[in-house]
Design a binder for this molecule. Structure first.
Ligand SMILES: NC(=O)c1ccc[n+]([C@@H]2O[C@H](COP(=O)([O-])OP(=O)(O)OC[C@H]3O[C@@H](n4cnc5c(N)ncnc54)[C@H](OP(=O)(O)O)[C@@H]3O)[C@@H](O)[C@H]2O)c1
Length: 270
């Protein structure tokens, strides 16, 4: 049976998923999109050859509904959808910090909901999408969700109780690396390099280190030791990182991100 999939609220993340599905072999005729603005709907139609419909039409027609609106727009979207979503639809939410219970209690009894936390590298097919089942979601629903997110990177299943930790590591994760690159580029300037050259050196070090981490299967300590010769340059830098408490700062930073994710998930404004 052909499965129709609709992306509701097709912005940056929604469009990345849409183009990933098309590249992975989904027919554009089985994909639907919704948008708030007519010009955005037209842009998606002409760029991807998909039909743009209303949220209610998408809910009636598609087997899987991917909710990709911003968290603050979720309650309004669910209010619009609620009368039109039968219990045999799969609802996949990509909204940061919105618990499956929030969605389940706004839809008909028994609708399966899967929560996914992607990160921005989905825009370059190197994302990580962390997936959790809601109360009524089965193994088949999780597999269908993985098929949707795998074209834009990796997927990982966690119990929903671990989503706040996963958000701290993975959802916010790319930002920590951008921050490091920014700080290390400043260091390059202090050491007398032009900004563009410092930037290129650090970005390539980051790419090279990432590929080695991913592909060598080695523990990061081993990879670091391979660059750390006795009385050499690297150990002089590491001593300063330790002296300034960078490891402890990272642990505290991720703990703060986890706590903030919890606050947002419980509807708090902090
Ligand atoms: N970007 C990230 O880093 C990231 C990472 C992980 C998770 N997420 C989650 O992914 C979701 C989407 O993020 P994004 O960055 O793709 O946001 P975005 O670019 O703003 O996309 C959301 C889209 O939904 C549209 N929209 C809002 N309400 C609508 C409605 N009732 N009906 C139809 N369309 C509606 C918006 O229209 P307008 O264009 O008119 O505003 C916008 O085009 C968010 O919930 C976010 O938490 C994002």
């Amino acid at each position: 049976m052909t499965q129709k999939i609709a992306v509701l609220g097709t912005g940056k993340i929604g469009e990345a998923l849409l183009s990933g599905m098309i590249r992975a072999g989904w027919s554009p005729s089985d994909l639907l999109v919704t948008a708030r603005r007519a010009e955005r709907a037209e842009e998606l139609r002409s760029r991807h050859g998909v039909a743009a419909v209303t949220n209610a039409e998408a809910a009636k027609t598609a087997d899987t509904l991917i909710l990709a609106v911003k968290p603050q727009d979720m309650a309004a979207l669910l209010g619009e959808l609620a009368p039109h979503v039968p219990a045999d639809r799969l609802v996949v939410s990509a909204a940061a910090g919105i618990p499956t219970a929030f969605i389940e209690e706004r839809l008909a009894q028994g609708v399966p909901v899967v929560r996914v936390m992607p990160n921005t590298p989905v825009l370059v097919d190197e994302g990580m999408s962390v997936i959790s089942a809601g109360t009524h979601a089965t193994e088949a629903h999780l597999v269908r969700t993985e098929e949707i997110f795998q074209p834009v990177g990796k997927t990982l299943r966690v119990p929903e109780s671990q989503q706040d930790a996963a958000t701290a590591l993975s959802g916010s994760g790319p930002a920590y690396f951008y921050y490091l690159v920014e700080a290390m580029t400043d260091a390059g300037i202090l050491l007398g390099l032009p900004r563009d050259k410092a930037h290129d050196l650090i970005v390539q070090a980051a790419v090279g280190a990432s590929v080695m981490l991913r592909d060598s299967g080695e523990h990061p300590v081993k990879l670091r030791e391979a660059v750390t010769s006795p009385a050499g340059t690297t150990i002089s830098a590491i001593r300063e990182l330790e002296r300034h408490g960078v490891r402890a700062a990272l642990i505290a930073a991720l703990e703060a991100a986890r706590d903030r994710s919890r606050e947002l998930a419980s509807g708090g404004n902090g």
